[in-house]
Ligand binder design. Structure first.
Ligand code: EPZ
Length: 418
């Protein structure tokens, strides 16, 4: 088992380039299935989830290499329609492959993607959307089999602006006959990045980033080269890191407007943040103030993927803060671990009531999921003494060598294999 050992109490200083966005790269890699040929996709982070996606694409018949952030992918020979069960089980995001594979091969078999530590992770919106486009769906013995000779455009209303369902429907609609309109679509920046990638391939998508996306089906798409947007959640994690450990850092390769909600909260709590072009500079030299109430919600609201990290930050702030989690019902697994470091947090009816304490104490804690793990690392940076975070493989799913990133910013953190 790999762990992070962190010596707390050291202010951060230095500069760091933010890597490409996991949640943009994953659907973009799936979208490459929609055309035959050689793709070059840049700034793809070296993460466990990306490795799994590349293993799946290879198992389906593609060839892929990933070096220095560049994925070279040849999708010419994709011919397998069954996503390997063991890989499907490792990453529920492989459901993004259903739309592209159904379009390309006319049939797809997947094992039902499991839930995870943050919630049930239902896929009914994906299934309803694909059915509306003309897919026939059969479930048997834990497998879901999708079949469609030709998908046809239609209007689809999402009862919740699901990121994955919006992406899957887009991926199924770009080569469908006719026009598809997705109403109440997710508006995340990663949706815009996927639409830009697909349009570069020859798709005709309008409205990405708004709640109505229109896709006019085309006859074929072509392979392209493309650069993925920066990871706003990684950048936000570092903003909260300096709010906890204090100090003065600068981040490059950022898109500040992707972080409006977090920047507003962090500034209100006392973190100085300056943004110019793709650079963000932040400074914190005092104990932050609390924040009355934050409600996580779909973009452009406060992102659920920064909720755990914000909770760690507010656990050290002055006063009482409340965080209501509305996107994933099980996303408070970090509360108990933060409490073991001395945080005072009470959870009731989907809200966490955080009474700020003046200090946290280092101890051994366990990462239960990706963002909970990141929150515990931030707590370790600010805690007195040594913190050991166990099960860091969860963190490796979304942060490329987080220990190296934080070492660049002056933190005392080391990866150890126990
Ligand atoms: C994407 O997950 C992200 N993952 C998540 O990031 C992120 O937290 C989430 O969007 C919300 O922003 C990737 O992009 C790979 P959803 P996704 O569909 O698509 C319910 C991280 O830490 N729902 O918007 O699975 C669902 O149960 C990860 O990087 C249905 O009910 O999120 C949840 O409560 C975690 N039916 C809510 O919608 C469906 O068919 C949001 O899910 C689909 C979703």
């Amino acid at each position: 088992m790999e762990t992070f050992t962190i010596e707390g109490g050291r202010p951060l200083s230095g500069t760091l380039r933010i890597h490409g966005a996991k949640n943009a790269a994953l659907p973009i890699l799936a979208a490459a299935v929609l055309a035959e040929g050689q793709f070059h996709i840049y700034d793809v982070p070296h993460l466990k989830d990306i490795d799994v996606m590349l293993q799946i694409l290879t198992a389906l018949g593609a060839t892929a290499t990933h070096a220095d952030g560049c994925v070279s992918l040849d999708t010419t020979s994709i011919s397998i329609s069954h996503v390997p069960d063991d890989l499907m089980g490792q990453m529920r995001s492989s459901i993004f492959l259903v739309g592209p594979l159904l379009t390309r091969l006319g049939e797809v078999t997947i094992s039902r993607p499991g839930g995870c530590a943050i919630g049930e992770r239902r896929i009914d919106l994906h299934l309803n959307g694909l059915t509306a486009l003309g897919a026939k769906i059969e479930e048997s013995e834990g497998y879901i089999i999708f079949r469609a000779k030709q998908l046809r455009g239609t209007n689809i209303f999402l009862s919740f602006p699901s990121v994955g369902a919006t992406e899957n429907i887009m991926l199924a609609a770009v080569l469908a006959k006719g026009t598809t309109r997705i109403c109440n679509a997710a508006r995340e920046p990663e949706i815009i990045d996927l639409a830009n990638f697909l349009n570069a391939m020859g798709a005709r998508i309008r409205g990405a980033g708004t709640d109505t996306i229109e896709i006019n089906g085309v006859a074929r798409l072509r392979p392209v080269s493309y650069r993925v947007i920066p990871d706003r959640i990684v950048a936000g994690t570092h903003i909260l890191a300096v709010g906890m450990a204090q100090g003065h850092i600068a981040l490059s390769n950022t898109i500040p407007e992707h972080l409006t909600a977090l920047i507003e909260v962090a500034r209100s709590c006392g973190v100085e943040i300056k943004a110019y072009h793709d650079i963000m500079e932040m400074k914190c030299s005092n104990r932050p103030r609390g924040y009355d109430r934050i409600i996580t919600s779909p973009y452009p609201g406060f992102p659920t993927d920064l909720q755990a990290q914000l909770m760690a930050f507010l656990s050290l702030a002055r006063g009482t803060s409340v965080i209501k989690e509305t996107v994933f019902e099980g996303r408070f697994k970090h509360v108990n671990e933060l409490a073991r470091m001395g945080a005072s947090i009470y959870v009731d009816l989907g809200s966490a009531f955080i009474r700020g304490v003046s200090r946290l104490s280092g101890t051994t804690v366990e990462a239960t999921d990706l963002r909970a793990g990141a929150a515990l690392v931030l707590a370790g940076l600010a805690a007195e003494g040594t913190t050991v975070v166990e099960q860091v493989h969860h963190i490796d799913r979304g942060y490329e060598r987080l220990e190296w990133q934080l070492q660049q910013l002056g933190a005392s953190i080391a990866r150890t294999t126990a």
